[in-house]
Design a protein around this ligand. Structure first.
Ligand code: BG6
Length: 505
C-alpha cells in the first residue's frame, strides 16, 4: 500500500483514557507494520500536566494496552509530543498552534493535520470552532481533517445542530465521524458476503427471507461509565449508531461502486426507508429493560441503579429490543428485530437471516419457519465467522431431515490477522478515505428513526421499563416481539456453532 502524505495527528483531550486504551495501541501497530509515512507525529493536547517525555512514558512505555513492546518501541515513542493547556478556551488553541507549527517545520509535515476530538461531547461544538478561529481548518496549505467520536448529539435536534455548527467551519469531506463498528473486519465483510457472491443476492429479499434478527449483547455492565450511560441508555449508546449501521449494511441496495459516496448514499437511502415507529406503537414494538442484582458464578452482580454515577431511581434502559419494518421494494413486510443489552449472558454480536420454508413439504411436517430451519448467521464477534443451517437426510430408512451447520471461521485463515477497528479507521483517515466513517446526513437520518421512541418514553411515563436479572437474556416479554408460532430469538453462545446444546458462556 502506498504511504500517505506526512502529517500530524493531534489528539485533543489526549490525557483521557481513549488515547492509551485505543489510539496509541492502534498507531503502534501501524508503526510496526510500516504503514505510517516517515513524517508522522502524534501531538497530544490536554489539561493534565505532562512533558513530551512523561507523556511518552504514560502512553507507551507504561501502557498495559500496548502488547509486544519488543519492536520499535523507542522509535515510535520519539514520534509523540505533548502540550498541556489550561482550558479548552479559544486562546489556549493559540499555544497549541504555535507548538504544532514548530513541529510542522521540524518534521516537514506540510501542514497536513488530523484533529482527533477525544474530549467530552460537550466540547464538540466549541473546540472545532476554536481550531478554526486559529486557521486550523484552512486547507490552503495542507489538508485538515477532524475526527469526532459519538455521541453525535443527544437527539434529532441536537444532532442536527451539531452538524450545522461543524459545517460552518468545515466541509463535509473534512469531517470523519467514527463509528467503531464500521472498522470491524467482520462488519465490512457483510458487504463482501452480499455483493461478491452470486448465490446470496438473488434470495436476499422479501420473497425468501422471513425475518432478520440482529443481536449485540454484552456480559459486562456499565463499569465506570455510569455517569455517561445514565444520560444515554441503550437506544442512544448502541442502536442509533452501531446497530443501525449493521441494519444498513444488511439491508441496503447494492452500491454502484465501492467508493465512499456510493456506499454512503445507499445507507442514507436505507435509513430513510425505515418505517417510523409511532408513539402508540412503542409499547408493542419496543421493549426496554434494566438489569437487576443477581448472583453470577457465585459472585454478586450489582443492579444498574447501584452502579457508580447512576441515579438510584434511574429509568435508563440497559436493554432494548425493537421490531420494525423497512418500507421499500426489497423488504416490504419483512420484520426486522434488533436487541442489545448489558449484563446479558455472553458477549455476542451477530446478524441472523431466517429463510422461508420450502413451498411444498416433501420430507417433514415442518411447514413453518422454525428456529432450526435455514438460517444464515453472520457472526461479528467473537468467534468471527459465518454459519449456514440447512436440512440434511438422516442416514437410514425414510427421509428424515436434520438441520446441520456449515461454517467458516476467520480463525481458520492462515497468516491473516484481523486488525483492531481503530487501527483500520485511523489508517483510513490518514489516507483520506471516509468510506467507513458516518456521513452527517446518515447520522441525522438515524436520529430521525430513533427520536420518536425517545420522545414517546419522555411523554408517556406509563411505558414499561422491565427489570431483568443480570446474567439473563433480558425481559421475557421480548420473546413476544417475534412474529410466528414457536419463534423466539436465537440464543447464541460464545462459540458460533455451539447452539442448541451445551453452551459455554
Ligand atoms: C460503545 C458503547 O460505543 O460500544 C459501549 O458506548 C459498548 O457501551 C461498546 O460497550 C461495544 O463495543 P464492542 O466493540 O465491544 O462491541
Amino acid at each position: 500500500m502506498s504511504k500517505s502524505d506526512n502529517l500530524a495527528l493531534v489528539i485533543v483531550g489526549a490525557s483521557g483514557d481513549l488515547t492509551a486504551r485505543k489510539l496509541i495501541p492502534a498507531l503502534y501497530n501501524l508503526h510496526i507494520k510500516n504503514l505510517l509515512p516517515s513524517g508522522f507525529i502524534v501531538f497530544g493536547v490536554g489539561r493534565s500536566e505532562y512533558s513530551d517525555d512523561s507523556f511518552r512514558h504514560r502512553v507507551v512505555f507504561e501502557n498495559e494496552n500496548l502488547k509486544d513492546k519488543e519492536g520499535d518501541v523507542q522509535s515510535f515513542a520519539d514520534r509523540i509530543f505533548y502540550e498541556s493547556i489550561e482550558d479548552y478556551e479559544k486562546d489556549s488553541f493559540g499555544t497549541v498552534k504555535d507548538k504544532l507549527m514548530s513541529l510542522n517545520e521540524a518534521h516537514e509535515l506540510h501542514e497536513n493535520f488530523i484533529f482527533y476530538l477525544s474530549t467530552p461531547p460537550s466540547l464538540y461544538m466549541t473546540v472545532p470552532e476554536h481550531l478554526a478561529a486559529h486557521g486550523l481548518n484552512d486547507e490552503s496549505n495542507g489538508w485538515k481533517r477532524l475526527v469526532i467520536e459519538k455521541p453525535f448529539g443527544y437527539d434529532l435536534e441536537s444532532g442536527r445542530k451539531l452538524n450545522e455548527q461543524l459545517l460552518k467551519n468545515y466541509k463535509e469531506e473534512q469531517l470523519y465521524r467514527i463509528d467503531h463498528y464500521l472498522g470491524k473486519e467482520t462488519v465490512q465483510n457483510v458487504l463482501v458476503t452480499r455483493f461478491s457472491n452470486g448465490i446470496f443476492e438473488p434470495i436476499w429479499n422479501r420473497n425468501y427471507i422471513n425475518h432478520v434478527e440482529i443481536t449485540a449483547s454484552e456480559s459486562i455492565g456499565v463499569e465506570d461509565r455510569g455517569g455517561y450511560y445514565d444520560n444515554s441508555g441503550a437506544l442512544r449508546d448502541m442502536v442509533q449508531n452501531h446497530l443501525l449501521q449493521l441494519v444498513a449494511l444488511t439491508a441496503m441496495e447494492p452500491p454502484i461502486s465501492a467508493d465512499a459516496d456510493s456506499i454512503r448514499n445507499e445507507k442514507v437511502k436505507l435509513f430513510k426507508s425505515l418505517r417510523p415507529i409511532k408513539p402508540e406503537q412503542v409499547a408493542e414494538q419496543v421493549i426496554r429493560g434494566q438489569y437487576l442484582e443477581a448472583t453470577i458464578k457465585g459472585e454478586k452482580a450489582k443492579s444498574y441503579r447501584e452502579e457508580k454515577g447512576v441515579d438510584r431511581e434511574s429509568r435508563t434502559e440497559t436493554y432494548l429490543a425493537l421490531k420494525f419494518f423497512i418500507d421499500n421494494w426489497r423488504w416490504a413486510g419483512v420484520p426486522f428485530y434488533i436487541r442489545t443489552g448489558k449484563r446479558l449472558p455472553t458477549r455476542v454480536t451477530e446478524i441472523v437471516l431466517y429463510f422461508k420454508p420450502t413451498p411444498h413439504h416433501l420430507f417433514s411436517k415442518l411447514n413453518e419457519v422454525s428456529s432450526e430451519a435455514n438460517q444464515l448467521v453472520i457472526r461479528i464477534q467473537p468467534n468471527e465467522g459465518i454459519l449456514l443451517k440447512f436440512g440434511m437426510k438422516v442416514p437410514g430408512a425414510g427421509f428424515n431431515v436434520k438441520y446441520v451447520n456449515m461454517d467458516f471461521h476467520y480463525a481458520d485463515l492462515e497468516g491473516e490477522e484481523v486488525p483492531d477497528a481503530y487501527e483500520r479507521l485511523l489508517l483510513d483517515c490518514i489516507n483520506g478515505d471516509p468510506t467507513l466513517y458516518s456521513r452527517g446526513d446518515a447520522v441525522n437520518a438515524a436520529w430521525e428513526f430513533v427520536s420518536p421512541i425517545l420522545k414517546a418514553w419522555e411523554n408517556d411515563k406509563d411505558l414499561p421499563l422491565y427489570g431483568y436479572p443480570s446474567g439473563t437474556w433480558g425481559p421475557e416479554v421480548a420473546d413476544d416481539l417475534i412474529e410466528g408460532k414457536d419463534l423466539t430469538w436465537r440464543y447464541p453462545c460464545k462459540n458460533l456453532t455451539n447452539d442448541g446444546g451445551f453452551c459455554e458462556l
